[in-house]
Design a protein around this ligand. Sequence first.
Ligand SMILES: Nc1nc2c(c(=O)[nH]1)N[C@H]1C(S)=C(S)[C@@H](COP(=O)(O)O)O[C@H]1N2
Ligand SMILES: [Mo]
Length: 393
Amino acid sequence: MTETINLQRRLVLAGGAGGAALLASGVGLRAQEASALPDYVSFKNPDAMIVHSNNTLETERSAFGASSLTSEERLYIRNNVSPPDESVLDDRDAWEVSFEGVAEPRAITVGELKTMGVETVAMVLQCSGNGRAYFEHQPSGTSWQVGAAGCVMWTGVPLRAVVDALGGVAEGAQFVTGTGGEPIPDGIEPRDVIVERSVPLDALDTILLAWDINGEPISLAHGGPLRMVVPGYTGVNNVKYVNRVALTETETDALIQSERYRIHPVGTDGSPDYPSVWQMSVKSWITGPLESAVAGTNQIIGVAFGGINAVESVEVSVDGGETWEAAEFIGPDLGRHAWRPFVLARELEAGNYTIVSRATDSEGNQQPEEMEPNDPGYNHNGWRAPGVELTVG
Ligand SMILES: Nc1nc2c(c(=O)[nH]1)N[C@H]1C(S)=C(S)[C@@H](COP(=O)(O)O)O[C@H]1N2
Ligand SMILES: [Mo]
């Protein structure tokens, strides 16, 4: 609890004081008080973003409100490498993807992919490190709170349709491996920086190769001209600027797969012996009110999702988890992989409250109170730490 409050205070302070020093210490700046958003994300709403660095921008918790979908203007950003040159968007349909590990491998342009099938999925895109700030061992890496996530709608061709058109899956394939098309700087070993991720072949039936986000062509920042999206899997598996899709017998040996993004004990190094960050677990958080509220009826709102499963229900507690009340979902159900905003209308007298939420998925999995730590601080879904300290007056 105190950790959360301290973080919030530090974020507020960060806006006023010496920005550069605070950035260096890993605490984000509120964008409206930072000098500017980085150029390639200048379309973002500055009031909605916390700038941790050029390559890491977090959505302000209050900016989620009760929305079923997150606009590109508010969606978080996480780039491991600098994006390709903007000129790749001059002719989006000319972008080429090579398909391997199928009966008839070949390269296909986005223009041709658009003739092979079309589907839309709403899904939570969430960085594996979302909630890292809540681990007590202070993992290295961006101190994301709740805002390295959003719910977005992607439109593209089902990978299954492309694989079928290419004669089906090659014998022995166990993984779908997608490669990001960022140019690799000279003098660097490609394997060390390439964004290449493998996910289990099971995901083949839900993966889309997407060209639109929320009904518009995907911006460069979010992976245009083409992104491989894997519903229910953490952010890193959703490869932007995808230029190769291979059905492979083994996982890629790129560092981002073999050593990084693994769940390993605090103080150890990552390796292929530990589980990869793949499927997401059930999670929720309160999005309002966040600091103060007026005595009387309050609409306590938040978002909840099941990750790889659908979300079934969500409860809210105004006394830090002593007693729970069922919240109601708001708006349409956008499918298994989307989040659902929720509300609890609650009478609150003047006083101090600790507001927390706890979701359950369709398989009966419920968010734990505390999250077992792992060295890099991935997959946080404990309900206690993201609680809100609310003063009602
Ligand atoms: N090509 C490519 N794909 C990528 C990345 C990247 O750096 N390059 N970052 C990954 C990570 S770690 C995350 S959390 C998400 C972030 O997606 P966003 O910036 O669109 O929010 O993209 C993933 N896909
Ligand atoms: Mo990420």
